[in-house]
Design a protein around this ligand. Structure first.
Ligand code: FAD
Length: 403
């Protein structure tokens, strides 16, 4: 269903743009099954930045007036909002990772309801079909993700963290912020006390009768957690002092070198960008790794990005055999780099990897410079409270991007 190339992403975008206006606003909540066309299917491309949020929103606004495509534009900004929120509340990610690791060691995780659920043997026909769809395609419709998470938590009584981990391992668009925070939203942790309860009538209506599960929970008591620490302000985008021999390291959070270079044009000045490489490790998504489909998608997306990224000598980027700091260091030394520029990785496993890499390169006298796209820098500070006050900023943000 999803070809891991920028060209395929652009084709998907081109086919969807005519439907991104009032059609999308009217039909987007319906899930008619895997051949659905009422939503864009752009998430695996956006998540790896094979396509950027800016170019997707720009293409849609070229075709529709804002009033007609506002719903779609808002959905793209949900992604930006979740990222900005997690960036300011990294403790949520730390706790989630700790909990997943602890559940993995507990014996009841290896038996009982959890095993049956992820094998698609709950006896709830809708859940079992959605597990198969997720495992087979690496994708689920948004409404289905909400029903799935609600049934997982409130009907099956399973820990939300394990459901989020199952999604994260299998979704091609699996994203630390959107996934973790959406699960928390369903559980009543994100908007304190407000849970999402899936009902058979809603499922039947929006799946157009494909499913009407019985025996679902009829109440959903919010989960309670330790209060979170005060939110951390967004760090300033790093300022750059570049050496004479600069390399660019792409990773699975940002695979479009061309738009990075257009935004940070100083990268190319004086032909300083002497080498480009790319590395990825989707297995870092979970202690249980990532599905084969996610691995294949990520590796092929990286290959595609590498072919499109040419250094100052016209050489395509080198795909490194692994994402270990020692491998990156070997590449940087072989190219005699004094600076490695890395696109910013938001809170999540890649950010952790980049921190370790920064320390490893610094110890060999190589500077890591992080560049954060303007899209994130402008919007993230507004993601401090709920989505509503954030969404009121969307017109102003679009204006700042000239859209
Ligand atoms: C429990 C749960 C887990 C989720 N996990 C992820 C995840 O890991 N990665 C992910 O990208 N999205 C996640 N979402 C959000 C949403 O379901 C997907 O982004 C959407 O279904 C992708 O399909 P699409 O591209 O056809 O969306 P469209 O409806 O066509 O939307 C266009 C784009 O907007 C963004 N978007 C749309 N809805 C949301 C949303 N609610 N939150 C954040 N971004 C959104 C996506 O980038 C999407 O590609 C999750 C939602 C829930 C309820």
């Amino acid at each position: 269903m999803f070809t891991p190339t920028r060209a395929a992403g652009l084709e998907t975008l081109g086919l969807f743009v005519p439907h991104a206006g009032l059609d999308y606003a009217r039909d987007r909540n319906h899930d008619t099954g895997p051949s659905r066309e009422n939503v864009s299917g752009l998430s695996p491309y956006l998540r790896h930045r094979l396509l950027t949020e800016r170019e997707v929103v720009s293409a849609v606004l070229e075709r529709h007036r804002f009033g007609a495509c506002e719903k779609f534009v808002q959905e793209v900004f949900w992604r930006t909002y979740w990222k900005g929120w997690l960036e300011q509340n990294p403790e949520v990610w730390r706790r989630y990772r700790r909990d997943v690791a602890e559940f993995g060691l507990a014996s009841d995780t290896r038996s009982g309801g959890y095993r049956e659920a992820i094998a698609g043997h709950t006896g709830i026909d809708a859940m079992d079909a959605w597990v198969r769809e997720l495992v087979d395609t690496g994708y689920l419709h948004n409404h289905t993700r909400m029903w799935f998470a609600s049934i997982w938590i409130f009907t099956l009584g399973l820990p939300w963290q394990l459901g989020a981990d199952f999604f994260y391992r299998h979704l091609l668009d699996g994203d630390a912020a959107s996934n973790t925070l959406s699960w928390r939203w369903v559980a009543g942790l994100q908007t304190a006390g407000k849970t999402y309860l899936a009902t058979a009538s809603n499922i039947s209506r929006y799946t157009e009768g494909r499913f009407s599960p019985s025996g679902l929970a009829t109440s959903a008591r919010a989960i309670i957690e330790e209060p979170l620490p005060t939110r951390s302000p967004i760090a300033l985008a790093e300022c750059t002092s570049l050496g004479a021999r600069v390399g660019l390291l792409l990773h699975e959070e940002d695979l479009d070198a061309a738009s990075l270079r257009a935004e940070f044009s100083w990268l190319d000045s004086n032909s300083r960008l002497v080498a480009i490489a790319g590395s990825a490790d989707p297995g870092e998504r979970s202690p249980s790794g990532a599905s084969d489909a996610v691995r294949r998608f990520t590796v092929s997306a990286l290959d595609d990005a590498a072919k499109r990224a040419l250094d100052a000598f016209g050489r395509p980027a080198r795909v490194l055999p692994d994402a270990l700091p020692s491998t990156v260091l070997k590449w940087a030394e072989s190219e005699r780099l004094d600076t490695v520029v890395v696109p910013n990785a938001p809170v999540g496993p890649v950010q952790q990897r980049m921190l370790t890499l920064g320390a490893a390169l610094a110890s060999e006298g190589i500077t890591v410079t992080i560049v954060r796209r303007r899209w994130d820098t402008l919007a993230w500070p507004y993601a401090a409270r709920g989505f509503f006050p954030f969404s009121e900023r969307i017109p102003e943000l679009l204006h700042q991007h000239g859209l």
